[in-house]
Design a protein around this ligand. Structure first.
Ligand code: HQG
Length: 186
């Protein structure tokens, strides 16, 4: 396989893993435990049954080379999970962490009316996702169109008792951002 073909295959596998490890484990007929882990060898077999050739070596590449570090193995590589982004109900068992004074959220203009009223909601996911810097938030927002970047007064939120988690791949997670903590420019 050429390098280019392998890169395409790695991306395809990564998308399938995002689906199965975050949203629809039934798509691969696998099960996630309470913390989102699944057995590595079962996953490899399931991907093979799905018609995609995968072994541990290639899976390690998928995990290591992922642009957003979406997946992680446990220490002995016997289990794998998504680092964040789940819609299925699991507990990542991350420790609450003090956020910086400000974090960022990338969205698009059509959601702004609703966001001004309700704040940021987790929608289909388990948490609201916040980015540590404007550039990352821009990338998140541009998935949906021209990005609008919101600055969130996360230091104040934390002082007011809101809990924050930091995923292994540096995404900040919280339950809800009330509109009062969003610094609207207009
Ligand atoms: C919006 C990707 C109306 C919110 C990214 C967003 C991220 C509201 C959308 C990760 C709203 C939800 C998460 C409200 C929030 N009214 N719209 N009150 N509150 N929204 O995909 O943050 O590539 O669930 O602004 O890079 O966009 O998958 O969340 O536009 O890290 O690894 O509702 O997903 O990572 O969309 O993205 P999402 P998100 P991956």
């Amino acid at each position: 396989m050429s390098t280019n073909e392998q890169q395409k295959m790695i991306k395809k596998i990564s998308k399938l893993l995002s689906l199965a490890l975050r949203h629809q484990p039934e798509a691969l007929n696998i099960e996630l435990d309470g913390q989102g882990w699944t057995d590595t060898s079962t996953l490899i077999l399931a991907v093979n049954k799905h018609g995609i050739s995968l072994d541990l070596e290639l899976l390690k590449k998928v995990v290591q080379e992922n642009d957003k570090q979406r997946f992680a193995f446990n220490k002995d590589h016997s289990c794998i999970r998504a680092n964040q982004g789940h819609s299925v109900n699991i507990d990542l068992q991350l420790n609450p962490t003090t956020p910086p004074e400000f974090l960022y959220h990338g969205t698009v203009a059509k959601f702004m009316g609703s966001i001004k009223e309700q704040g940021l909601l987790k929608m289909n996911r388990q948490h609201v996702h916040l980015s540590p810097d404007v550039e990352t938030a821009q990338n998140v927002g541009s998935r949906r169109g021209k990005p609008v970047i919101l600055t969130i007064a996360t230091g104040q939120m934390h002082q007011a008792g809101h809990e924050f988690l930091l995923s292994k791949n540096n995404v900040w997670l919280t339950d809800h951002v009330p509109a009062d903590y969003i610094l609207f420019k207009e």
